[in-house]
Design a protein around this ligand. Structure first.
Ligand SMILES: Cc1ncc(COP(=O)(O)O)c(C=O)c1O
Length: 421
């Protein structure tokens, strides 16, 4: 995305606006999928990373399936025409009602606790199921996104696998898949291999005659910081495929090799365009105030994440050091602290880069500021993908959901009856 294009998008649609390069997502998908020379490879995009409809439709065209984590994810995948057999449901801590809702769609459920497995077995004996195992490998870009080991709520512990087998056999469940997801932004190249070995040991030891695939989750790292080396996906792909080939030949069956990449596919394709409205000298610090904020891009505040930021309006400006802030009433509302950038002036357009994953998708409307617009680009043209609500639209929506008519609350409009006091 050239600076001219980003400036033209901001001119046309205003700011704040997310921009996604769909061609870049296509290229990234091809790069990922071609790294694994395996006939039964399946990529289930972790749509939690970015559920924009054009992003999803693009990945569907590329042949991707979906890793869904909520009934909303399933509804979106269905609305966009993803085939049920290409969707896996990896939610955690769900209610019985949610379990029944998902079971009715026919989507394969990936279960990560003994208690849920027992309830599922009771309700749906003899059906197909996938089991999420905690691989006991601890890795990830931040403590909050490590999903293996003791300090996480995810997956069935390896020492509980014999209990799993007892439940499975007594209900005649067909275990068609074994799954693990170690964490997001895996820092060590061999974490996937170590986690794979855990799952393979279990597949070898336990008797799951219906086993069709092993799913090794997502977590493929994006090099957000300039000094970070990118992962060598071709090399990783070869090592993973070699290990899987050896396993399948010893196991006696060619199983499916499944992955659920999220950020690897979409992070780099996104930018958030924001406008600088205030420059303020705070003794030693220069504050650069913009028209977005952490509810619209929370990764720096939530995970201490680092995002590249470009000054689109003044790329050749003399370097200065800036605290790049948002417009939200919170001290932590910072996109970057003490960032060296070409001179930033009031009215400049900034692009916060690598914002295609866990940015819009994690957003909210704190301070009653509507989420940014979303624009997509392909073949050098751009179009609006999702509009930005006005504050008045947002308030009207909230009031409607609150049963308000002309500022008065009509409780019967909410659920048909006022609750008893
Ligand atoms: C079960 C599962 N699969 C896949 C992913 C995708 O991870 P990433 O975006 O790092 O590839 C996640 C994200 O945390 C996850 O929880």
């Amino acid at each position: 995305m050239t600076q001219e294009t980003l400036a033209a998008i901001a001119d046309r649609y205003g700011t704040p606006t997310y921009v996604y390069d769909l061609d870049q997502i296509r290229a990234q998908y091809t790069k990922f999928a071609s790294a694994f020379d395996w006939p039964k490879l399946k990529v289930c995009y972790a749509m939690k990373a970015n559920y924009n409809r054009d992003v999803l439709a693009t990945l569907k065209d590329m042949g991707s399936g979906i890793d869904a984590v909520s009934p909303g994810d399933i509804a979106m995948a269905q609305a966009l025409g993803f085939d049920t057999k290409d969707v896996i449901y990896t939610a955690n801590n769900i209610t019985d009602a949610e379990m029944h809702e998902i079971a009715a769609t026919g989507v394969l459920m990936n279960i990560g606790s003994l208690s849920r497995l027992e309830r599922y077995a009771k309700a749906y004996p003899g059906t197909r199921v996938c089991l999420r195992i905690n691989p006991d490998v601890v890795d990830g870009a931040h403590d909050k996104i490590k999903t293996g080991g003791d300090l996480t709520k995810f997956g069935i512990l390896t020492e509980d696998v014999d209990k799993v087998t007892a439940i499975v056999h007594s209900a005649g469940l067909k275990v068609v898949g074994l799954h693990e997801h170690t964490g997001s932004g895996l820092q060590k190249a061999d974490s996937v291999l170590r986690a794979m070995r855990r799952i393979m040991e279990i597949a070898t030891r336990e008797n799951f005659p219906d086993l069709e695939f092993l799913d090794f989750g997502g977590g493929f790292k994006v090099d957000y910081m300039p000094e970070e080396a990118p992962i060598n996906i071709e090399k990783m792909g070869r090592e993973i495929t070699d290990l899987f080939r050896q396993f399948c030949s010893a196991y006696g069956r060619e199983l499916g090799l499944w992955f659920e990449p999220g950020k690897y596919l979409t992070a780099r394709a996104g930018s958030l365009l924001v406008l600088v409205n205030t420059i303020k000298q705070n003794r030693g610090r220069t504050i650069c105030g913009t028209d977005s904020g952490f509810p619209q891009l929370i990764r720096p505040m939530f995970y201490d994440a680092w995002h590249r930021i470009d000054n689109i309006s003044n790329p050749g400006g003399a370097p200065g050091v800036y605290d790049i802030c948002g417009n939200i009433c919170e001290t932590g509302d910072l996109f970057a602290a003490e960032r060296t950038m070409p001179e930033i002036r009031e009215g400049d357009l900034l692009a916060i880069r690598d914002a295609g994953a866990y940015c819009y998708a994690m957003g909210g409307t704190y301070n009653l500021r509507p989420m940014p617009a979303e624009v997509v680009m392909e073949q050098n043209t751009f179009r609006l993908s999702r509009k930005r609500l006005t504050p008045a639209d947002l308030v009207a929506l909230i009031l409607k959901e609150s049963g308000s008519v002309n500022g008065q609350q009509d409780l019967t409009a909410l659920d048909g009856r006022p609750d008893a006091a």
